[in-house]
Design a protein around this ligand. Sequence first.
Ligand code: HEC
Length: 248
Amino acid sequence: MTRALLFLLVPVLGWSQSLGEKVFAQSCGTGYCHGARGTPAGAPRLAGRGFDQSYITSTIMRGLPGTAMPAFGATLSRADLIAVVAYVASLNGIANPSIDLGPGPGAAGPAEPALSAEAERGRALFFDAVRGFGRCSTCHEVNGIGIPVTTLIEKIPTDAAALRALATPAIRTATVAGEAMPALIVSQGKTRALFYDLTSVPPVLRTVDPDALKVSEGSAWRHASVTGAYNDAELASILAYLREAIKP
Ligand code: HEC
């Protein structure tokens, strides 16, 4: 029985720790970017951040648009990708990663519809690197690009004023060790709770002992506090982009 189980697990565990370490050292842990074994260097710390599997996979495959983090999906081999994704997962306490890299390089990406000129402008603004973390893609993903702090955008506000005045019912107040913060709860398991702390931008994904976490309804956090990098005309273009790019 144990033998059979071990056998079944082999494909999932079939990544090599040493290959993962090697690829990481060559492509990521150069000191210039991330530090050895996920310690901080020119780029942020990667170890013990509470990253989940799909976040690690998508960040390594697609990069983070507008930051120095490149996409490795088309430059590393599939075997190297699996090993390095598993290695970063292991630095975040995920011992048995099951990794789905998605379609191979050259496969069609998510279908982006043809956009009007205004929506094209909105698209560029949504992902605009010049706005730093003030850009929408710091927290939202559209058609596979951007960081999905929140769920996909479904309800698109009618105009800039409505976008600024957006109700944010999912934001609650988390208290950890006497410190209260606006929070978007990701998961609350028996052994760990995961939430985005929205105190600063970009929001920080935090992992805590569920017993140390108190969650109460409501928060003083306002969406208007994170759209200040854009004027109303720019927000109107962004909304035009969302209307055309997001299929209901
Ligand atoms: C710092 C993070 C952050 C940034 C930057 C940000 N948002 Fe949001 N946004 C949120 C959060 C969190 C919610 C969800 C609140 C809730 O559901 O309670 C949200 C909700 C939304 C919604 C409502 C989605 C729905 O289906 O209900 C829209 C639309 C939206 N944001 C658009 C934008 C646009 C456009 C920008 C750029 C101008 C932007 N956001 C920038 C964090 C951010």
